[in-house]
Design a protein around this ligand. Structure first.
Ligand code: HEM
Ligand code: HEM
Length: 185
């Protein structure tokens, strides 16, 4: 069904920049975590240092993005969405925001408990303080479990999100992608 419902309905520049910057940073952080698994200890620690710093940057950018989203109105939904599609997209977007906070928060807790209160070095620029948590084994284990479970949930949600965006763009041809891609006609 080709239609041209409301081509002016696009996200603003701030929302678009934050969307793609954060998406790129999240993808890079999975790569860092996965690649570092197979490396000898020293190289693994170096890569994980970047994983942690990038993860904290994602946490801060997500907080900025949520404030931005509350202050700036999102464009109205594509008019041809069925009620269940509109509801599912709202739930998925809310769930994405949740894991975008929960994954780095759990990682921050994991680092803070496992390293016994060390700050997170932010690419040598400044130190991000440790989360005030206990250093006992159960606390470390809990944050580890949360970090893994939320990171897996995030992968599932991102998969659903990308498949939905592509389905709307190429099967429904309802112009969904250009809402978030400013250079698309
Ligand atoms: C790490 C990966 C990603 C995350 C965490 C993410 C997150 C989000 C969130 C939370 C929204 C809701 C915006 C709002 O209304 O507040 C959104 C919208 C959108 N995203 Fe993503 N996204 C990611 C990757 C992608 C990719 C790869 C695509 C393209 C294939 C994409 C296409 C879109 C589109 C088209 C919208 C607008 C949906 C609409 O309102 O019609 N996203 N994204
Ligand atoms: C959106 C941001 C983040 C994503 C997507 C992410 C994702 C991941 C993934 C997929 C793993 C491998 C999980 C496993 O099998 O153990 C991992 C491990 C880890 N992450 Fe993150 N992470 C993020 C943020 C953070 C932050 C902010 C920190 C700390 C400040 C952190 C600290 C760690 C640590 C210490 C591990 C190693 C766990 C182990 O020893 O197995 N992560 N992360």
């Amino acid at each position: 069904m080709a239609n041209d419902n409301n081509p002016a309905a696009r996200y603003g520049r701030g929302a678009v920049v934050l969307h793609w910057l954060i998406a790129l940073a999240i993808a890079a952080n999975y790569v860092l975590a996965w690649v570092s698994e197979d490396l000898p200890k020293e190289e693994r620690m170096a890569l994980m240092g970047n994983h942690k710093a990038l993860g904290i940057a994602i946490l801060l950018l997500t907080m900025l993005r949520i404030v931005w989203r509350l202050v700036h109105k999102a464009p109205p939904l594509v008019e041809t969405l069925k009620a269940w599609e509109a509801a599912l997209s709202r739930v998925t977007h809310a769930a994405l925001y949740f894991v975008m906070l929960a994954v780095p928060l759990a990682g921050w807790g994991l680092h803070s408990s496992a390293s016994q209160g060390k700050a997170v070095g932010m690419f040598g620029l400044f130190d991000f303080p440790a989360m005030p948590v206990g250093f006992d084994k159960p606390t470390v284990g809990m944050f580890h479990e949360l970090h893994e479970v939320f990171a897996t949930l995030m992968l599932v949600l991102m998969g659903l999100h990308v498949l939905a965006a592509l389905k709307h763009q190429f099967l429904d041809k309802d112009g969904t992608l250009r809402r978030m891609v400013p250079w698309m006609p």
